[in-house]
Design a binder for this molecule. Structure first.
Ligand SMILES: NC(=O)c1ccc[n+]([C@@H]2O[C@H](COP(=O)([O-])OP(=O)(O)OC[C@H]3O[C@@H](n4cnc5c(N)ncnc54)[C@H](O)[C@@H]3O)[C@@H](O)[C@H]2O)c1
Ligand SMILES: [Zn+2]
Length: 367
């Protein structure tokens, strides 16, 4: 082994268990690792055009070096491509290349690539194996772990999809050096989320290591990514299909999604989640579930990373509440809220009166 430490995070899902390999420079070693695993005879790498231009050559080279046959299929970057037309197009490419049930897919890229490719793998010839190589911070700490796949339809995001676990996940923090700052922030909002829902020490480290994280110190990032993967893996292993515990991963997302939708998706997901986390922190403080001091500490951390802590002035409160009512994740028909009771611990509650929602939306609004 070289000087760079390799971290392994196991996702304990019985016969569908797999490992997440976190290693700086690991993109160039995917072939060597995969060659011993006998997951598939041959692979198709699926990536958006931007990611393909940045990283496909290195991945394909690493596969070729160990004699693994692979080809590249691309689609246009961006959420707009996460739809059935892209899936059908890619499936056509697989069929024309003669990929069959003994072959597999590699999702290279952010959450869009992972969701499309995972979905395609779950339905192509009734299911072929796939591997994830996430390249955004959001994908490395969130979307590549847990086996949710899917695409959007005109009526809503992620309305078509499957639960389908990858066979292995390769995370190389080095690729984050290319990631635009705004994309980095989307991932950081999820990282802060993990601290609040499950890990007071991670929260403290995020406070202490802010500069190193924002400067993209790869050792610090690798450690943080590993912790987030451990938390998500533990939650998913306990509740793969989101019957109960997995709901805590929605911390900041109930109000966050409503704010994101009310902005017509002009607000970045991470920004919306940041605002959502501040709002539920305020709801928890108003209900006496946690102290005002803790709510302020959360607001302080979110703001220290350059994420917003107020609802943008232009967003209509009524629109936010309308989207809240159409949230597809409900408990007994009502949207549920993940409320913090301490840094590192949350509860799930559908008991949030509308007046309290009105109040926090009014009190935490930019002028
Ligand atoms: N399956 C799940 O559990 C889950 C969880 C959270 C989010 N998601 C989904 O993930 C998607 C969002 O993922 P995302 O934020 O990664 O978006 P994305 O995949 O669109 O990536 C964002 C942009 O960054 C570019 N990019 C990716 N890696 C790069 C790198 N290393 N350097 C430079 N540019 C790079 C991409 O080309 C893209 O333009 C949404 O569709 C969301 O629904 C899924
Ligand atoms: Zn999210």
């Amino acid at each position: 082994m070289g000087l760079v430490e390799e971290r392994l995070v196991g996702v304990g899902l019985g016969e569908r268990a797999y490992e997440i390999v976190i290693r700086e420079g690991g993109l160039a070693e995917v072939g060597r690792d995969l060659s011993g695993l006998k997951i598939a005879r041959r692979f198709a790498v699926v990536a958006d055009d931007r990611v393909a231009a940045l990283f496909a050559a290195k991945l394909l080279e690493s596969l070729a070096a160990t004699g693994i046959k692979a080809e590249l299929l691309t689609f246009p970057h961006g959420e707009a491509a996460k739809n059935m037309a892209t899936v059908a197009e890619l499936a056509g490419g697989l069929a024309r290349s003669g990929l069959d049930r003994g072959d597999g897919l590699i999702a290279l890229g952010g959450g869009v690539s992972g969701d499309i490719c995972g979905f395609l793998a779950s339905i192509y010839m009734r299911g072929i194996p796939f591997v994830q190589v996430p390249t955004t911070l959001l994908a490395q700490v969130d979307s590549s772990v847990g086996g949710k796949t899917g695409v959007d339809i005109a009526e809503g995001k992620n309305l078509l999809g499957t639960f389908y676990q990858p066979r292995r996940v390769y995370i190389d923090p080095l690729v984050l050096l290319e990631l635009p700052a705004a994309e980095m922030l989307n991932g950081l909002a999820e990282v802060i989320k993990y601290g609040v829902i499950h890990d007071a020490e991670l929260f403290r480290e995020l406070e202490e290591w802010r500069e190193a994280v924002l400067a993209r110190d790869l050792t610090v990032l690798a450690q943080i990514i590993a912790r987030c993967c451990e938390i998500k893996a533990a939650v998913v292993a306990a509740d793969e299909r989101e019957a109960d515990l997995r709901r805590i991963l929605n911390f900041g997302h109930t109000l966050g999604h409503a704010v994101e939708a009310a902005s017509g998706y002009t607000l970045a997901h991470g920004s919306a989640v940041a605002i959502g986390m501040v709002l539920v922190g305020e709801i928890a403080a108003a209900k006496g579930l946690w102290s005002r001091g803790e709510a302020e500490r959360l607001r302080g951390l979110i703001s220290a990373y350059g994420l917003p802590v107020e609802v943008p002035a232009g967003l209509d409160r009524g629109a936010i509440k309308k989207y809240l009512k159409t949230d597809k994740k409900t408990v007994a028909g009502r949207p549920f809220f993940v409320l913090p009771v301490a840094i590192g611990k949350v509860i799930i509650s559908a008991e949030v009166p509308e007046e309290l929602i009105d109040q926090v939306l009014t009190d935490n609004r930019a002028n």
